[in-house]
Ligand binder design. Structure first.
Ligand code: SAH
Length: 216
């Protein structure tokens, strides 16, 4: 049994600070407490991939997923992000939890590193990565690749539904299994879409990806 019920987890995540000034170039948009709580709750309730596990959050931003994993009973969590300003907010958000570390790093280095060098292993990776649009084309898949290198259980990730075929094909190319667990709606601020409306709904897949040979 998870330590926190879904609603209680969502409420705890609502208390966290979000990006002060989101950086469009880094595709910074915080996962809503509603979605973050459901993602983590599913990972625990359906697969047992959070409680007592060592969890990485790639592109952690203000740390909502890392904090949520900790609140659901993860043994330890590490959040990785390239942006020091976001990590400062994350630091404050996770301070009281006691078992969340933060690392300033470009996740592309994790997907590119040699196996002899990168000997870092996590049970579970959770992430809401940059969607890899415009100047960051392909970054979403680099995050997924990095997640698969780090995770011995599974990667839980969010990707634009419009890229589903590509995500599933890439996973298959890498010898991984991928399952779309849910299709969600993301309310992105208009700035990200260079759009006149206040906000824009984007359809997003919640995906579980794992190597069958590593485990379940
Ligand atoms: N996971 C957070 C933030 C999502 S926004 C949440 O769920 O709320 C995407 C995050 O990826 C941002 O914090 C951004 O700074 C980070 N990011 C973008 N490019 C990156 C890179 N190359 N390496 C590491 N982090 C990156």
């Amino acid at each position: 049994m998870s330590r926190l019920k879904l609603k209680a987890l969502e409420q705890r995540l609502q208390a966290l600070e979000a990006f002060e000034t989101p950086k469009v170039s880094l595709e910074q948009y915080a996962t809503s407490p509603h979605i973050a709580a459901r993602l983590l709750h599913t990972a625990q309730a359906c697969y047992g991939d959070v409680e007592g596990k060592v969890v990485a959050d790639l592109g952690c931003g203000c740390g909502v997923l890392a904090a949520g994993a900790s609140l659901l009973g993860a043994g330890a969590c590490v959040g990785f992000d390239v942006d020091r300003d976001a990590l400062r907010v994350a630091r404050a958000n996770v301070e009281e939890l006691g078992n969340v570390d933060l690392v300033e790093c470009d996740v592309r280095l994790l997907s590119a590193a040699d196996d002899d060098v990168l000997n870092w292993r996590f049970d579970t990776v959770v992430m809401n990565p940059p969607f890899g649009t415009k100047r960051n084309r392909g970054l979403d898949m680099e995050f997924l690749r990095a997640g698969l290198r780090l995770a011995t259980c599974a990667v839980y990730s969010l990707h634009k539904t419009s890229t589903r075929a590509h995500v599933l094909r890439k996973a298959a190319d890498w010898g991984a299994e991928a399952r779309v667990l849910a299709e969600l709606r993301f309310d992105l601020p208009a700035s990200y879409k260079f759009h006149k409306r206040q906000s824009v709904d984007v359809r997003v897949d919640f995906v579980r990806v794992w190597f069958p040979r590593k485990n379940k």
